[in-house]
Design a protein around this ligand. Structure first.
Ligand SMILES: Nc1ncnc2c1ncn2[C@@H]1O[C@H](COP(=O)(O)OP(=O)(O)O)[C@@H](O)[C@H]1O
Ligand SMILES: [Mg+2]
Length: 257
């Protein structure tokens, strides 16, 4: 564990989330590091998405949602009033369950972030960034001759890789994915899982999945949530073969879920 502090990217400490009077997350502490993909698993409604959204302040957009506790990115409190939330969401990008490309061209979907963040001074820079992001997302060869076609005309799996390209175009440090494959067929799912392997190490990655085989395949760390609490967090291999908690064992053996 010697290099742990070096690779630590985000820390959450005693994080609770409320929707009005209802508490959806109860005092969760977790680390997200650069070297590992972290999977959030647990039955529907246990708070996986809610917790994931705290990591780039997407809960800010939900009226009545309130976050307590402390979340740091590189040691900086992301809920501090001095934090620029637009900047934060570029540093901590997000990919959603249902692919949601903008109703714009493939090129414009990816160019959008670099443009609004002023990362590309000239058209040639922007072209290079768009190509680089599409290559990292494993989509370039499929779309390089049709960059001006609408992003929404792509297949579901391609749309999701386009959304990943859009997130990584601004060179984030962390990529959050909320059940990114749940709307995809098995072949498109396999492509996304392969992509996650390739992106590992370049970005800190946290992925919500209700598919335990997927968690076992793509992650090195697993966090098991149940009823808003973090029941168990550790090496994926340990969680799946030798869980410490009875509730984890029941879940991974399919007793509930
Ligand atoms: N926008 C919201 N307003 C009120 N309650 C919500 C909202 N989003 C989620 N919840 C509630 O918070 C709990 C956790 O939900 P969620 O984070 O979506 O779980 P999961 O992603 O694990 O399925 C659930 O009880 C859900 O009904
Ligand atoms: Mg969810």
């Amino acid at each position: 564990m010697e290099n742990m502090t070096e690779t630590l990217k985000m820390t959450a400490r005693d994080v609770s989330v409320f929707y009005g009077a209802k508490q959806a997350i109860k005092s969760v502490s977790i680390d997200i590091d650069m070297a590992n993909v972290t999977a959030f698993i647990g039955p529907s409604g246990c708070g996986k998405s809610t917790f994931l959204r705290t990591l780039n302040r997407m809960n800010d957009t939900i009226s009545g949602a309130r976050v307590e506790g402390r979340i740091e990115l590189d040691g900086e409190d992301i809920y501090a009033s001095s934090m620029d939330v637009v900047q934060l969401r570029a540093r901590v990008g997000m990919v959603f369950q249902k692919p949601n490309p903008f109703p714009k061209s493939i090129y414009e979907n990816v160019a959008y972030g670099p443009r609004i963040h002023g990362l590309a001074p000239a058209k040639a820079d922007l072209d290079r960034m768009v190509e680089s992001a599409l290559r990292k997302a494993g989509l370039w060869d499929e779309v390089k001759d049709r960059l001006n076609e609408s992003g929404t005309a792509l297949s579901g799996g391609q749309q999701q890789r386009l959304c990943i390209a859009r997130a990584i175009a601004v060179d984030p440090e962390v990529v959050l994915m909320d059940e990114p494959c749940s709307a995809l067929d098995p072949i498109a799912t396999a492509k996304i899982e392969e992509l996650i392997h390739e992106l590992r190490g370049r970005y800190a990655i946290a992925i919500v999945t209700h598919n335990m085989q997927q968690a076992a395949r793509v992650s090195q760390k697993t966090a098991f949530f149940h009823l808003g609490t973090l029941v168990e967090y550790g090496d994926t291999s340990e969680i799946f073969t030798n869980p410490r908690e009875e509730r984890t064992k029941d879940y991974i053996t399919g007793r509930y879920g």
